[in-house]
Design a binder for this molecule. Structure first.
Ligand code: AVI
Length: 342
């Protein structure tokens, strides 16, 4: 009995299941029905996402990694450009949403070549992902000191624990910024900017809108692969709601659909109800039991993935208080990494 925690409301309100319950209630009782994309990333969803990044159709990860392989030296040189009295700044790399940091090693290796010792601070909500990231970097890139930070970088309160006497190069790669609405994307970058000092840098990875050498078909295939991995990733959110909230979704009664929305310049992922059906969610901390009615063909909108033009990237950076310094694209203009100055 000594070990029983008091029923502390603030403790209860901040438990992960409560956040899921509140998010799901808000999304599924609104019209049209939506679910927030962060709900994808339970353990199974995170594993499915790792598999997506290795699919032939999902060019984003591959093209960004190729850009790092080609330009890491140049990226690091430009990030460390002299400014004012800061003639040869030491760089510290901070990565938002680092995950397992599989691509970051290339940049870290280039930073070690320049300055011998490098501090790397990965920030992520997942402790297991950070443990893997640390393992990965320690094993593969000697000369790097890893300082992990378990935190949700999308909230305003995040203190980055920026090292003094070094210049920070913040990494926000993998097109993660594309999963936010334009306003939220601006706010995430503004919050980051508020933690940085003038002269600090941001390296931003963005997927690009279709154009002359990138077709809508190619984009759609990246979100509707032949192996069905993205479909499983999308449906997994329903599996999660069954397990964590006791809902009674039949995931097979929903089709995976990826749509290109040209006016919003985004890929949308939906779960389409194959039949007219009811789904129940028992009462929970967020409110009373729910009975949800789905018409045949009605969808749950589960994700947006915005695709940028170079001008849009520049505007986004500017609106958050950064100035675009340089950007790199592959020859097909499929993906861009942009270096900006705080
Ligand atoms: C994490 N994020 C950048 C991915 C994307 O492409 O928007 C998530 C994803 N959704 C479907 N496939 C991958």
């Amino acid at each position: 009995a000594d070990l029983l925690l008091p029923a502390n409301e603030s403790l209860l309100a901040s438990s992960p299941t409560d956040a899921v319950a509140a998010e799901v209630r808000a999304g599924l009782t609104s019209t049209p029905k939506t679910l927030s994309p962060w709900l994808f990333y339970d353990e199974n969803g995170s594993r499915l996402f790792e598999q997506i990044t290795e699919l032939p159709e999902y060019y984003l990860t591959r093209v960004e990694r190729d850009l790092f392989a080609l330009y890491a030296g140049e990226i690091i040189e430009r990030a460390a450009e002299p400014l004012g009295d800061d003639l040869s700044p030491m760089l510290t790399l901070i990565e938002l949403g680092a995950g397992t940091a599989t691509k970051t090693g290339i940049l870290l290796a280039a930073a070690v070549r320049r300055q011998k010792a490098v501090v790397y601070q990965p920030v992520d909500v997942s402790e297991t992902a950070l443990a893997e990231a640390t393992e990965n970097i320690r094993a593969n890139v000697p000369g790097v000191t890893v300082r992990c930070q378990v935190a949700d970088y999308t909230t305003q309160a995040l203190p980055l624990n920026r090292l003094t006497d070094t210049r920070t190069l913040a990494l926000y790669i993998g097109s993660s910024i594309g999963n936010f609405s334009p306003e939220d994307a601006r706010d995430v970058l503004r919050n980051l900017r508020a933690q940085l000092l003038p002269g600090d840098k941001l390296l931003l990875g963005t997927d690009l809108a279709p154009g002359k050498s990138k077709s809508v078909a190619q984009l759609l295939a990246a979100y509707n692969d032949a192996s069905g991995t993205t479909a499983a990733f999308n449906r997994n959110v329903l599996v999660r709601l069954n397990r964590e909230l006791g809902a009674d979704f039949n995931p097979e009664a929903f089709d995976h659909e990826a749509r290109w929305n040209p006016s919003e310049s985004r890929i949308e992922m939906h779960l389409v109800s194959r039949i007219s059906q009811q789904v129940h969610i028992p009462a929970n901390s967020a409110g009373p039991a729910l009975t949800l009615q789905f018409a045949r063909g009605e969808t749950i909108h589960t994700e947006n993935s915005y695709k940028f033009t170079p001008v849009r990237v520049q505007q986004l950076l500017q609106s958050a208080g950064f100035e675009l310094s340089f950007s790199w694209e592959n020859s097909e203009h499929a993906f861009a990494v942009s270096l900006a100055t705080a």
